[in-house]
Design a protein around this ligand. Structure first.
Ligand SMILES: [Zn+2]
Length: 270
């Protein structure tokens, strides 16, 4: 089996995890910039983090023949101080030029606050100005439906946005249709606690009735999460009768198709 892990926070993971991912068939990892479990106190803190994502993680991944790409942004959880967030946004273009950066992400909403909305809008504009793909985080639990709709409504106000170049992540049963029917790509995050189990993810595919414009990811951040949840979901897909061709399309070709819109080949074959 071959697959792409399209959303993994490897800065919080060990080399053992890289090794396990490689052994499970992972060929490429995409790492969005996120909240690292604490608020950073300076722009330099972000600068170093962006260097970690673009310079150091690719080297760790390469030791196991895994390609590593990243997304750059300031995450919604640290967007509550707009002035500070704007200073961080100013250093982002330098990183968008790098050959292993896929686009702007994961931007989005956490608590659907006014400041988060303002910084989200500014980073959407940043992506458009630099012709970048966009990766979007949606809020957890009770704020999810409202936040997802808010995000879709904001994106629709930009006529120049091609929804095919935007992926809205962490969809659940009650938001997957909303996202895909609006023309965007959707990500299902497999997470042992707060998000979606492999069994629920496969239920969602049955419910939605297609694997088009969809991918799965493990997130695997510093929380209770599982870097191997994607191959575990593949076992669940096989158990439910999905054929190998459909599985390959879902876990390898779909992410490749979306990510290649960045202009990068990502992986040589496929
Ligand atoms: Zn994430």
């Amino acid at each position: 089996m071959r697959y792409i892990e399209p959303h993994a926070h490897m800065v919080s993971r060990t080399m053992d995890d890289y090794k396990a991912l490689a052994m499970a068939g992972c060929r490429a990892i995409c790492e969005p910039a996120f909240w690292a479990g604490f608020d950073r106190s300076s722009v330099d803190g972000f600068y170093d983090y962006f260097r970690q994502l673009t310079e150091y993680e690719p080297k760790r991944a390469a030791r196991f023949q895994i390609a590593h790409y990243s997304w750059i942004c300031i995450n919604p959880k640290e967007a509550e101080d707009p002035e500070f967030a704007r200073e961080v946004i100013q250093i982002i273009p330098e990183f968008l030029k790098k050959e292993n950066v896929l686009g702007v992400g994961e931007i989005g909403l956490n608590k659907n606050s006014k400041n988060e909305v303002a910084i989200f809008e500014e980073q959407v504009q940043l992506a458009l100005d630099h012709n970048q793909l966009i990766l979007i985080h949606t809020p957890h639990l009770e704020d999810k439906y409202k936040g997802t709709q808010l995000i879709i409504d904001m994106l629709r106000q930009h006529s120049e946005i091609d929804p095919n170049r935007v992926l809205i992540d962490h969809v659940e049963e009650h938001t997957v249709k909303q996202v895909v029917e609006a023309g965007f790509w959707a990500g299902i995050t497999l997470y042992p606690e707060s998000k979606c189990t492999p069994a629920r993810a496969v239920d969602m595919l049955d419910l939605y009735g297609s694997t088009d414009r969809l991918w799965m990811n493990s997130a695997c951040d510093w929380g209770v999460s599982d870097p191997l949840s994607l191959p575990k979901a593949v076992l669940e897909l096989r158990k439910r009768g999905f054929d190998e061709q459909t599985i390959d399309r879902f876990v390898y070709q779909n992410p490749l198709k979306f990510l290649r819109q960045s202009g990068m080949e990502i992986l040589p074959e496929g």
